[in-house]
Design a protein around this ligand. Structure first.
Ligand SMILES: *Cc1c(COP(=O)(O)O)cnc(C)c1O
Length: 378
């Protein structure tokens, strides 16, 4: 049997014809035809009314930090179980991060703990929809409103997922998506999207993304020359990236369906297997099948299983090492309250291969191989 990698970036088939068209039409500079087509797609299909293509999700998060005027000494609340960029983007602006524990059911921020971490310096709550599964957004938004704090959704993994029938990325003041090659849809290996749901932030978002200038207004004929008016940087991706993504968006449902078939196959094959806790999808969610994980007894069993699966040619992977225990995390953050689940559950979480090109037969083989770890039936 051929080796089964942990992930393969998606190439659906029609990307090259979209890129060729962009080359033929000399549509290469950012914010051109393809960026606009992608942004329109998000509006028409996911209800994300104001979105901007960006070079990656890390920069979408950095834009969010500038947009929320994060300054030295401000505090931002988030889970420690996340990708480094979630925190780094805010630390770059001088923020102190206040990590709180995750809810072990979803590995998302435990919304019941948010209020205990709020002080008069708290500027934002950053939620991460881990595995494309929503945080408890009703409660997060209610807490934020009550305390006059902004909400950022790190929706890097969540494109196409819904919570109470509404797209993730449409709840927070700002939301950030990734089109990195490990995500469900990619703009050629690297890419991202920032979504502005709070209309008060829209005008500055455009300016920050255009090097701090009002160039977008100039192109719309609203000012007669453009100027440096605010902080900013260059957050435009190339049209090559956007044309690549558009090719995949045109196959959105097909891709989403296939990933969910794989997810469902894992779930049904592994249900009832002793020693395994399966990832779960809470009732309010429609999932995008971003990833499938299981929880094991402990870290040592996980290492043994990674080795065991490797012997069957299967690559599996653990995920985040909690940020509060990292070298930079110790410097720039505090963990508020007890670390009941973040560390122990991150140590026993194992992700199985899940990508568009994976076949149902391969999923069967992976499940058979995993189960053999305990049956000793090699
Ligand atoms: C992938 C990911 C990011 C970063 O995305 P890039 O596009 O690679 O910058 C940020 N946060 C989370 C939760 C992610 O999974």
């Amino acid at each position: 049997m051929n080796k089964i990698p942990f992930n393969l970036p998606l190439v659906i088939g029609n990307e090259l014809s979209f890129i060729e068209e962009a080359l033929k039409n000399k549509e290469l500079i950012g914010d051109g035809y393809y960026s606009k087509r992608c942004q329109e797609w998000f509006k028409d299909n996911l209800g994300l009314a104001y979105s901007f293509m960006v070079p990656n999700c890390t920069q979408a998060l950095e834009m969010a930090a500038i947009l929320l005027n994060i300054e030295n000494g401000d505090e931002v609340i988030m889970p420690s179980y996340t990708f480094v960029s979630t925190a780094n983007a805010f630390v770059l602006r001088g923020a102190k991060i206040r990590f709180i524990d995750v809810n072990p059911e979803t590995m998302n921020i435990d919304d019941g703990l948010i209020e205990s971490a709020i002080t008069d310096k708290t500027k934002a709550i950053v939620v991460v929809h881990y595995a494309g599964i929503s945080c408890n957004m009703n409660n997060v938004i209610a807490i934020a409103k009550k305390n006059n704090i902004k909400v950022v959704e790190d929706a890097a993994q969540a494109l196409g997922s819904k919570y109470n029938s509404k797209s993730l990325g449409s709840f927070g003041d700002i939301a950030c998506f990734s089109f990195h090659g490990t995500k469900n849809y990619t703009s050629g290996g690297e890419g991202g999207l920032v979504v502005i749901n709070n209309p008060e932030l829209l005008e500055r978002a455009e300016i920050i993304r255009e090097k701090g200038t009002n160039r977008s207004k100039f192109y719309r004929g609203q000012v007669d020359k453009y100027n440096w008016v605010d902080l900013g940087s260059s957050y435009l991706p190339s049209e090559i990236q956007s044309s690549y993504l558009l090719a995949q968006l045109e196959n959105f449902d097909l891709i989403n369906k296939k990933r969910n078939e794989i997810w469902n196959k894992y779930y049904s094959r592994l249900t009832g297997v002793l020693h395994l806790e399966l990832m779960n999808i809470p009732r309010e969610n429609e999932s995008n099948g971003h990833l499938f994980y299981v929880k094991l007894k402990d870290e040592s069993e996980r290492s043994d299983i990674i080795k065991h699966l490797n012997e069957y040619g299967i690559s599996s992977a653990f995920h985040y090492v909690p940020l509060h225990s990292s070298q930079a995390g110790k410097k720039y953050s505090d963990f508020i309250g007890a670390d009941k689940y973040t560390t122990v559950d991150s140590e026993r979480l194992l992700r199985l291969p899940l990508y568009y090109d994976l076949t149902i037969e391969q999923v069967d083989y992976i499940c058979d191989s995993l189960i053999k770890f305990w049956s000793g039936n090699v």
